[in-house]
Ligand binder design. Structure first.
Ligand SMILES: NC(=O)c1ccc[n+]([C@@H]2O[C@H](COP(=O)([O-])OP(=O)(O)OC[C@H]3O[C@@H](n4cnc5c(N)ncnc54)[C@H](O)[C@@H]3O)[C@@H](O)[C@H]2O)c1
Length: 436
């Protein structure tokens, strides 16, 4: 059987999952042929497990890689604001594309992607792994069954803790030009879940938010001293917010040891200068089907997880998920590479409660498997099967996400960014023209 010929562009932390899947479990149907990244040191470290002389291309030789290596499918795992370059060019060169979320970061790039996809007819998938977590799939199943009638409104709170949440303020994500801010970079997952769960699209968005916890001005106002540029500085030694890149072999290999090639510091002070993204955000959305959503994202919480509830014409569905019960503040809690939680925090294995309550009836707990297999509550494993296994049958929950799902998920966040900048509600249809 002919194997599907893949390349990966962007050889950082996230792409290790695709590397390992393509060269491991899915190597019967897929073949990883080549890599591309702008940092040659990181790319070489990333390629170590793939054998000597594995084909590696710098970003200016992307076209050469696609042509010379006969690439048919591209996985895009670069920094968010650069996704569009590779998505569009790969489709122009005849490839299908799997892009990490967010599809892109602003309306112009989104329009370029949609126009290129339409012109080339290539397949573009966006990797919304959260759809595949069993608890989130179950919510879709219950809502799709009509158990609570028509969904009229939803309330959604997402909490990022002082380990995971803080990490966005150390890395390239801290600059909105790179990530679109958390409204796009992070909330694309949550807004995608809402679109998919409620089978609708956003129409009108109003948002308020700000940088209220991280950043130098906030620390100064609280009288705190975090007087260092990055985690390697001696003054950072006792700050639980500082990341020690040398404490984790994977972090050291992929980032600390590769700094000479691009000057990128993955361990910047979360209470330093130069952060222009928000850490606390409130959003109100009206959907095309007239349902409304009130949403809140907090990036400095003592625990991590989410609560979402749906009010329907026949009753109510509530989901509560604790992904990380607390952060101990110990340095080894930062071991992100294998999704390891700190020792104390790991005692709670993502407890989840899903409750259905119909009018005039007692609440019923819906049984859920407590899964920790693979990243993101088992979601990554299930998603990879959908992306890379040709044997997939029709999915009644329609979890595979295409370019329109990618676009509509970021348009809520892009509209929220615009609303925060102008102080006014934003009509989503005014942002991008979607003629598909
Ligand atoms: N679905 C999820 O749960 C999930 C989790 C983590 C990351 N992600 C996504 O994966 C992507 C990568 O994130 P990451 O955490 O691995 O980041 P990272 O910084 O570790 O890796 C990004 C890589 O892209 C390279 N790069 C940056 N600009 C480039 C350019 N113009 N051309 C070529 N290479 C370039 C960098 O050198 C780096 O190797 C992001 O889009 C992120 O949103 C998704």
């Amino acid at each position: 059987m002919k194997r599907r010929r893949f390349a990966i562009v962007g050889t950082g932390a996230r792409s290790t999952m695709y590397r390992d899947a393509l060269s491991g479990e899915y190597s019967k149907t897929c073949e990883l042929i080549a890599l591309c990244d702008k940092n040659p040191l990181r790319m070489a470290a990333f390629a170590e497990t793939l054998g000597e002389d594995f084909p590696q291309y710098c970003e200016t030789r992307f076209d050469d890689m696609i042509r010379e290596q006969g690439i048919e499918e591209l996985v895009v795992t670069t920094m968010d604001a650069t996704h569009h370059q590779y998505i569009c060019r790969a489709m122009e060169l005849g490839c299908d594309v799997i892009s990490e979320k967010p599809l892109t970061t602003d309306p112009e790039k989104c329009q370029q992607i949609l126009d290129t996809q339409k012109r080339t007819g290539k397949r573009l998938r966006v990797t919304f792994n959260y759809r595949y977590a069993q608890r989130n799939s179950k919510v879709k199943e219950v809502l799709q069954s009509g158990a609570i009638g028509d969904v009229v409104s939803a309330h959604f709170e997402w909490l990022l803790d002082t380990k995971h949440g803080a990490d966005y303020f150390r890395r390239w994500h801290r600059d909105k030009a790179n990530s679109g801010g958390l409204m796009v970079h992070k909330s694309t997952h949550h807004f995608d879940l809402m679109n998919w769960w409620m089978n609708t699209r956003p129409a009108l968005v109003f948002a308020q938010g700000g940088l209220r916890f991280y950043g130098k001005a906030n620390a100064d106002a609280r009288g705190e001293t975090h007087d260092y540029a990055r985690g390697t500085d001696p003054a950072a030694a006792n700050d639980p917010f500082a990341l020690d890149l040398s404490s984790d072999p994977e972090l050291k290999k992929l980032y600390l040891d590769c700094e000479s090639a691009d000057g990128y510091h993955r361990d910047q002070n979360v209470f330093g200068e130069g952060i222009n993204i928000e850490d606390d955000l409130a959003v109100l959305v009206r959907y095309e089907n007239q349902a409304t959503l009130s949403y809140h994202l907090t990036a400095y919480s003592p625990w991590e997880g989410y609560r979402v509830s749906f009010n329907g014409t026949k009753g109510r569905l509530e989901l509560e998920v604790i992904e990380n019960a607390y952060v101990s503040g110990k340095q080894d809690d930062h071991n992100f590479s294998k999704n390891v939680k700190g020792a104390a925090a790991a005692a709670v294995e993502e407890p989840t409660r899903l409750t259905l309550q119909l009018h005039w009836q007692k609440p019923q707990e819906i049984e859920l498997p407590q899964s920790n297999a693979g990243g993101h509550g088992g979601a990554d494993t299930n998603m990879l099967r959908d992306l890379l296994d040709e044997e997939q049958v029709n999915d009644p929950l329609k979890r595979a996400a295409g370019h329109l799902d990618g676009a509509y998920s970021i348009l809520t966040g892009i509209a929220a960014n615009k609303s925060m900048a102008t102080g006014l509600p934003v009509t989503v249809a005014d942002l991008v023209s979607i003629n598909q």
